[in-house]
Design a protein around this ligand. Structure first.
Ligand code: B12
Length: 214
């Protein structure tokens, strides 16, 4: 059924994809596993776009399907036992300047929220100055930057530099994530960690917040 789901997403069969997700949930498939199938399918959509077989409308359609799938999966994820984390921690998250991809970021925000963290999601295409301004008012323990474009590397680096110039870097941890990110980009941008998916992001925040004064 997972192959069918991936095929339905790749070929933009919206209703079929949503129905298969519901069926997988009826068989008690782990919502994170379903999400992995979807992310894999999105990778294929991206490759087809790159190869010139798909165009912007297909990217948009695939994005729309995935948003609906996340909405179906969210109640399942929040209902999962053993996820609650009691120690309060604040996380500021946004997609960096020049980048408007938000499906992955929204999943990370949601998962942090259901794990008991106070999350402020400042949206997409967020300039460095806006991150700095929000850090001053919200005073998060952790900043999460999302980006799916290669041009996000420099936007992330610029954001870290702006945070440093504002004298705020020592007080927080910064993590990055999103399709093209990696440990190499972690080093390039000067952040503390790269999280390969939403679950990794939550683990990072948990580890950091445990060790921080409240
Ligand atoms: C859907 C999509 C779109 C949709 C986005 C809709 C939306 N609301 O987000 C639309 C149509 C708007 C779009 C636009 C564009 N896109 Co686009 N898009 C995609 C696509 C197919 C899927 C992205 C996605 O949602 N993936 C699924 C989610 C769940 O995965 P994810 O974001 O990686 O998130 C997971 C993890 O990475 C992680 N994570 C994410 N953020 C964070 C943050 C933190 C802190 C942590 C810890 C973890 C974390 O957790 C998530 C869940 O586990 C990708 C292909 C791909 N392989 O990703 C191309 C892709 C990203 N797009 C691409 C391009 C080129 C564009 C456009 C420039 C196209 C154009 N010519 O206009 C524009 C860019 C506009 C802009 N300025 O940003 C390229 C980027 C290439 C590059 N090297 O830069 C890709 C890779 C396609 C390709 N192979 O060519 N796109």
């Amino acid at each position: 059924m997972s192959k069918k789901l991936m095929h339905a997403i790749i070929t933009m069969q919206e209703q079929e994809a949503l129905e298969l997700v519901r069926q997988l949930m009826d068989t008690h498939e782990d919502p994170f596993t379903i999400l992995q199938y979807c992310t894999q399918a999105m990778g294929t959509v991206g490759q087809r776009f790159e190869a010139g077989d798909y165009f912007l409308p297909e990217l948009m359609m695939a994005g729309e399907i995935l948003k609906q799938i996340s909405d179906i999966l969210k109640p399942q994820i929040s209902a999962k036992p053993g996820k609650a984390f009691t120690k309060a921690g604040k996380v500021l998250i946004g997609t960096v300047e020049g980048d408007i991809h938000d499906i992955g970021k929204d999943i990370v925000s949601f998962l942090l929220d259901v794990n008991g963290f106070e999350v402020r999601d400042i949206g997409i295409d967020v300039p460095p100055a806006k991150f700095v301004e929000e850090i001053k008012t919200f005073q998060p323990h952790v900043v999460g930057m999302s980006g799916l474009l290669t041009l996000a590397y420099d936007a992330m680096k610029a954001t870290v530099n702006a945070i440093e110039r504002a004298g705020l870097r020592d007080h927080l941890k910064i993590m990055i994530g999103g399709g093209q990110m990696s440990d190499k980009i972690r080093d390039y941008t000067g952040v503390d960690a790269y999280g390969k998916d939403a679950v990794a992001g939550v683990s990072l925040v948990k580890t950091w917040v445990e060790g921080m004064p409240q």
